[in-house]
Write a protein that binds this ligand. Structure first.
Ligand code: UFG
Length: 333
């Protein structure tokens, strides 16, 4: 078929990227995934998608892939180093690789006439926010080189729109959670640093105990509060945001608008699994803000986006089902 929309997805073998690839393929788009598999998993890419093993900043590979066809509909950019703590220890690697890859990709889009770009951005732009919930207009003050590197790409996209008419959607995720409800793919990071998979592993007895990073925050139970958003709802938001890009660029914060504490996450995992989670309270983790909750009113109003998984237990259930069925994740690490 020639009328299918052709989209390039960098990092399409990663956690959020692969869920977006499933959603794009399900609506009939022709998807090409570009991923260097340093963090992504080949098995996370569905058979309907084409796969190219290369990094998002590989200019030759980008020219080869984008130059092979006319009429690209969009590029969606997920590939990135994404550990906040690691970025504090290796700031110039994060700034250099993330921003450098982003700039090379934007440049390739401009040269090959790609009209639309979607960026996987982050709530880490907001550092220690002064007002909750956080709107798109809240002051940007990244608390880490990771957040700064995403902000640098957002700024480059502003210039790509002004100078070249490349329309973009910058999507700032809060805490991505859960797994494909169909059980096809899920979350598999090495090392795993995210709360929900770690709590599930503690419940499964695959970790002796969960470390809770601080219980002396100014929150109702003393532990940090985060806005968890289901990865399939994030995927749907990408499709809707893409459809906004006919005439203008957009920026959206993506969350449920409701926060859950670390203790509430533990309780949700215990309720879903029927197992108790061994945990101990340890020192705070450097750089963690007490509360991060999104206002997603803008994307709801402009696109009609309505998360299907707003209940924490429903999100945890999908993560649990995938983890239980795939105790070693994709089994390639
Ligand atoms: N936490 C623990 N113990 C752990 C792991 C996490 O108590 O073993 C706590 C953290 O202190 C935090 C909460 O659980 O309060 C969530 O932590 P995650 O590491 O799962 O997620 P973060 O909120 O730190 O970070 C996520 C993404 C980042 C992104 C950021 C934006 O992982 O990529 O949200 O807010 F930048």
């Amino acid at each position: 078929m020639t009328d299918r929309r052709r989209v390039l997805v960098t990092g399409g073998a990663g956690y959020v990227g692969s869920h977006v690839v499933l959603a794009l393929a399900a609506r009939g788009d022709h998807v090409v995934v570009l991923d260097d598999l340093r963090q992504g998993h080949r098995a996370a890419v569905p058979p309907q998608a084409e796969f190219v093993q290369a990094s998002a900043g590989d200019r030759e590979a980008l020219d080869r892939v984008l130059g092979a066809h006319d009429g690209w509909h969009a590029v969606l950019h997920f590939a990135a180093l994404s550990l906040v703590g690691e970025s504090m220890r290796e700031p110039y690697r994060y700034l250099g690789e993330n921003a450098g890859d982003g700039f090379a990709l934007i440049d390739a889009c401009v040269r090959h006439g790609v009209p639309r770009f979607v960026l996987s951005s982050t709530a880490a732009l907001f550092g220690l926010p002064k007002t909750i919930p956080i709107t798109e207009d809240a002051p940007v003050d990244p608390g880490s080189p990771y957040g700064e590197s995403k902000w640098m790409i957002e700024r480059a996209l502003l210039w790509a729109d002004r100078l070249h008419g490349l329309r973009s959607a910058c999507l700032r995720y809060f805490n991505a959670a859960g797994a494909d409800p169909g059980g096809r793919i899920g979350e598999d990071h090495a090392p795993e640093t995210h709360l929900i998979p770690l709590v599930i592993d503690a419940a499964l007895g695959r970790r002796p105990t969960l470390d809770v990073f601080g219980d002396d925050y100014p929150t109702p139970d003393g532990t940090c509060v985060r806005d968890y958003v289901h990865v399939s709802d994030l995927a749907e938001a990408h499709l809707l945001a893409l459809d906004q890009l006919g005439t203008r660029s957009v920026v959206y914060n993506l969350g449920n608008g409701r926060g859950y504490s670390v203790r509430e996450v533990i309780a949700a995992v215990e309720a879903v699994t029927g197992r108790s989670v061994p945990y101990r309270v340890v020192a705070r983790r450097a750089g963690d803000p007490a509360v991060l909750v999104a206002s997603s009113e803008r994307i709801r109003a402009e696109t009609g986006w309505t998360p299907r998984f707003s209940d924490l237990q429903d999100m945890v259930r999908t993560a649990w089902l995938w983890r239980e069925a795939n105790p070693h994740g994709f089994g390639d690490r």
